[in-house]
Design a binder for this molecule. Structure first.
Ligand code: GDP
Length: 455
């Protein structure tokens, strides 16, 4: 996907489907001219930037709809190109007719992410900021929103650029040495270089470590409810989800038809994975489910393990806890059916790390929620916080860290400048790819093809 910025592109910018209003977006040299060809109202070509115009949209004399046209003249638009946003009535049919007419008059359909890609090409923001635009649109919690906003505003990019500049300075000194070849000069003081790289690596390490939190904030916590058949797993899942749904549907207009199996607690999205099995209540299926339970648990970052307090022996609990510990995944031991618990068992478990609930009666579910949050330990994201939320950035930071590690090793082994230069160049490359100071078509394809059309 190379960029043809000569073309004028068009796409629906709002969600498809019936709505009060839909917005169709055009960008490119001819955006205003093409719109004018189908528009009756004021002469758009003579209107100033950032103005709004009421009129009708036509196809060969047939009026399609009454619309509002917003005009943006280059470079004062999102893409820095001429751009138009047509607000029409939100009917999928009308949208299709308007887009068809615009295509007939010289626009072409935008590719996924092409508006953002153009904004990137024209220098509106760098690659990490472009990716943050997508994150912001997909943000489902306040922490995710704040983290994306910080990244979109360039906090993270600035940090990367600063590191890169420092490295470039030293790379150039080393390269200078190479130019002098045999003469055995050292422009780059080895001690200074070692200190600089150690310092840069410690900044990188902090960024790399922030991904633990960043990833949770952006992608939520894949959580599994596990336990023997009849322990009450599906009852607990329903209790957790229904409590959240009850809150959501109390707010007028927020009832959603299809809610995924997730709950937001303290700004963190707990995504219950592999819940399909839990919805099948047949015990026959559960009987073959031991292996499946193990597979399921391995996919989780957090496990809620349910024990049936009315029907479990201490031995079983011990065995299960050993298995859980062997998995090495954070987990919460939960004793369910508190209402009909075996008193002896309860007495024995009281001193252990157990949460006692009744999923059916909603007893202590709040305590369980607090335990869930405590396991994740994510602090609130504040304005200006720099953290890594993007897997691509994380991987590049790791690669940078490693190649700088090789520079340090090389220096302690006394290798020559040309070898050092190679690893420094490599680390500059990895850092540069994060913000797009260095790009390849593949890299850009990979990033922008994940965007939707119209973004
Ligand atoms: P799963 O096989 O682990 O998904 O278990 P279910 O959620 O289907 O529950 C099995 C049975 O235990 C059902 O009859 C539930 O109504 C019952 N159950 C679940 N939670 C509780 C509870 O807290 N107390 C009592 N008394 N029964 C419960």
């Amino acid at each position: 996907m190379s960029v043809h910025t000569e073309d004028t592109i068009v796409a629906l910018a709002t969600a498809p489907g019936i709505a009060a209003i839909s917005v169709i977006r055009l960008s490119g040299k001819e955006a205003i001219g093409i719109t004018q060809k189908c528009f009756k109202g004021k002469d758009l070509l003579s209107q100033a930037t950032h103005t709004l115009h009421f009129g009708t949209l036509h196809d060969n004399g047939r009026t399609i709809d009454e619309v509002l046209v917003a005009l943006f003249r280059e470079p004062n638009s999102f893409t820095k190109e001429n751009a138009v946003e047509i607000s029409c009535h939100g009917s999928p049919f009308i949208v299709k007719e308007i887009i068809k007419t615009l295509l007939k008059n010289g626009a072409r359909l935008a590719e996924p992410g092409e508006f953002t890609k153009r904004a990137f090409f024209h220098g509106r923001f760098d690659l990490a900021q472009a990716e943050a635009v997508a994150d912001l649109i997909h943000a489902e919690t306040d922490n995710a929103r704040q983290a994306a906003l910080n990244q979109m505003r360039g906090g993270f990019s600035k940090e990367i650029d600063r590191l890169r500049e420092e490295l470039i300075h030293f790379a150039s000194l080393i390269e200078l040495e190479l130019d002098f070849g045999e003469e055995d000069v050292e422009f780059a003081q080895r001690d200074d270089l070692r200190n600089l790289i150690t310092r840069i690596r410690s900044v990188l390490r902090a960024l790399i470590d922030s991904f633990d939190q960043g990833n949770v904030i952006k992608n939520g916590v894949p959580t599994v409810i596990a336990g023997k058949p009849n322990a009450g797993k599906s009852t607990l899942l329903n209790t957790l989800l229904n409590e959240e749904r009850a809150i959501v549907s109390d707010i007028p207009g927020t009832t959603r038809d299809a809610i995924e199996d997730e709950i937001v607690l303290g700004g963190i999205n707990f995504r219950f994975i592999d819940t399909a099995g839990l919805r099948e209540t047949s015990d026959v299926i559960e009987a073959i489910g031991v292996e499946r339970t193990r597979d399921r648990m391995k996919k989780a970052s957090l496990i809620i393990y349910l024990f049936d307090l009315a029907n479990t022996t201490l031995e079983e609990i011990d065995t299960q806890r050993r298995e859980l510990a062997a998995l090495g995944i954070p987990h919460i031991n939960v004793g369910n059916k508190l209402d009909k618990a075996d008193p002896l068992l309860l007495e024995k478990l009281k001193t252990e790390d157990f949460t006692f609930i009744s999923a059916a009666a909603h007893t202590n579910v709040g305590v369980l929620k607090e335990k869930l949050l405590a396991k994740v330990q994510v602090r609130e994201v504040k304005t200006g916080d720099v953290m890594v939320t993007n897997l691509r950035h994380y991987q590049n930071l790791l690669q940078t860290y490693d190649s700088l590690g090789r520079v340090l090793d090389g220096m302690s082994q006394g290798v020559t400048g040309d070898f050092l230069a190679m690893d420094i160049r490599q680390s500059l490359h990895y850092l540069g790819e994060i913000t797009g100071a260095i790009t390849t078509d593949d890299l850009l394809d990979n990033i922008f093809s994940k965007f939707c059309i119209g973004k």
